[in-house]
Design a binder for this molecule. Structure first.
Ligand SMILES: Nc1ncnc2c1ncn2[C@@H]1O[C@H](COP(=O)(O)OP(=O)(O)OP(=O)(O)O)[C@@H](O)[C@H]1O
Ligand SMILES: [Mg+2]
Length: 405
């Protein structure tokens, strides 16, 4: 073994991979703690939304640690998948989470009893019985599926309370994939979840819901139940501001013996507009390049030498997959938006550039929204869900035209 093993790359570009240093987010973390402490009198629900790669999932993980370690909640965190987007499948997911959470309680209680010979005492937060809840569901609220979800959540919250927890917190990532059908006869999984949590919170059962996802989540919630606007504390997770972005780039270098020059740092932060995934990617590539060159300082010359590679990796790792998973018609429409003015994308502008009818453009934009590539801000106006996506499409358009030549 060599005497100086190569230090590990301290940057973590990836999906839901926690960075060595979580920059910013102090306000969101503080407000989250305050929301939990308001329960059960106030509903402990938080909605986190933001663009792709902005840091929602790693923040959600951090919030789970805060909830469990600092606020004493029993927690379940899961990533929703498109296959959960029916009433049956979502119910099954929730019942499974509740079941596991109850196992977690009994395991923790056993350990506590063996180690310290003490049992936790009930907090007495649950002041209602299942019969009270059942009555409040009324004859109309009696659909078996709904009732079983409410019952499972009630049972965990009660067990959590009896074992000294502050409550039960359900955390769902990628929650924008759960949405109601427009037609009455269709599937309404999001309503099912919201209504179940709401009926328990109305009775001050200590239960909380954290939903995290793309900006479409907000509109999905509003469509499901208009009262969700008051039921959730909304947090928009945005790019890191100046000094936070600098910290995200520089702090992982602490203790590595490698430093980053001020001019370089400023240029990177400007270039990536403070988006966390990009900061991690730029950092990781600069690190690799510095190791290869045998230098222990990041400067603009180093950046100049690796930037083309960074963009190549960025396109392959972050963007290409989003386009290539689409149908040819969807891809064509998306590529045509590269030439449109942005932001926002206006369907009238797109319509003027492609040989497709207006209704066809609308249908395709709707499909792109369903797949999380764009989101609707208002009638006829959309934005991309991935940051700097417009620049990427322009690079891709150039690449395609060069290949065609
Ligand atoms: N506050 C932060 N400071 C430093 N790095 C961060 C921060 N937040 C996120 N990152 C890094 O950014 C990348 C993306 O984070 P994350 O996966 O949480 O984003 P996301 O918003 O959940 O993206 P997606 O919408 O694709 O799921 C990861 O590499 C993560 O380490
Ligand atoms: Mg995520």
């Amino acid at each position: 073994m060599s005497e100086n093993p190569r230090p590990r790359n301290p940057y973590r570009p990836g999906a839901a991979v926690s960075p060595l240093f979580l920059a910013g987010r102090q306000h969101e973390i503080r407000r989250f703690g305050a929301t939990l402490r308001g329960a059960p009198e106030l509903p402990a629900n938080v909605r986190l939304t933001g663009l792709r790669g902005v840091g929602k999932s790693v923040l959600l993980k951090r919030l789970e640690e805060i909830a469990a370690d600092e606020e004493g909640w029993l927690t379940s965190r899961v990533q929703a998948e498109p296959r959960h987007n029916t009433e049956d499948d979502l119910s099954e997911l929730i019942l499974g989470l509740c079941h596991n959470a109850e196992l977690q309680i009994s395991r923790a209680a056993r350990i506590r009893e063996t180690m310290k010979g003490v049992t936790a005492s009930a907090r007495g937060l649950v002041r209602v019985t299942w019969q009270d809840i059942e009555v409040s569901l009324g004859p109309g609220g009696g659909a078996d599926r709904h009732r079983s979800v409410v019952k499972a959540l009630f049972d965990v919250a009660l067990a959590a309370d009896q074992h000294g927890y502050s409550g039960y917190l359900l955390m769902l990532d990628e929650a924008q994939v759960i949405r109601d059908d427009r037609e009455r006869g269709g599937q309404h999984p999001l309503s099912l979840l919201i209504a179940a949590v709401n009926s328990l919170q109305e009775k001050e059962v200590p239960i909380g819901l954290t939903l995290c996802g793309l900006p479409t989540l907000r509109a999905n919630l509003l469509k499901a139940r208009t009262y969700t606007e008051r039921m959730f504390r909304g947090e928009e997770i945005s790019r890191l501001a100046g000094s936070e972005a600098v910290e995200a780039l520089v702090r992982p270098l602490d203790g590595t013996g490698v430093t980053a020059g001020e001019e370089l740092t400023e240029r990177v932060v400007d270039e990536v507009e403070g988006y966390p995934f990009f900061i991690q990617l730029w950092g990781a590539e600069l690190w690799e390049a510095a190791q290869l060159a045998g230098v222990d300082h990041f400067d603009v010359t180093l950046l100049d030498s690796v930037e083309p590679d960074i963009y190549r990796r960025l396109d392959i790792d972050f963007y290409d997959g989003r386009v290539e998973s689409l149908t040819p018609a969807e891809q064509d429409l998306l590529m045509s938006t590269a030439a449109c003015e942005y932001p926002p994308l206006r369907t009238a502008d797109i319509h003027g550039r492609v040989g497709k009818s207006e209704s066809n453009v609308n249908v395709l934009m709707g499909r792109l929204a369903e797949q999380g590539v764009v989101f609707r801000i208002q009638k006829g106006q959309y934005e991309y869900t991935a940051p700097k996506f417009h620049d990427y499409l322009q690079r891709r358009a150039v690449r395609i035209s060069q290949r065609g030549r």
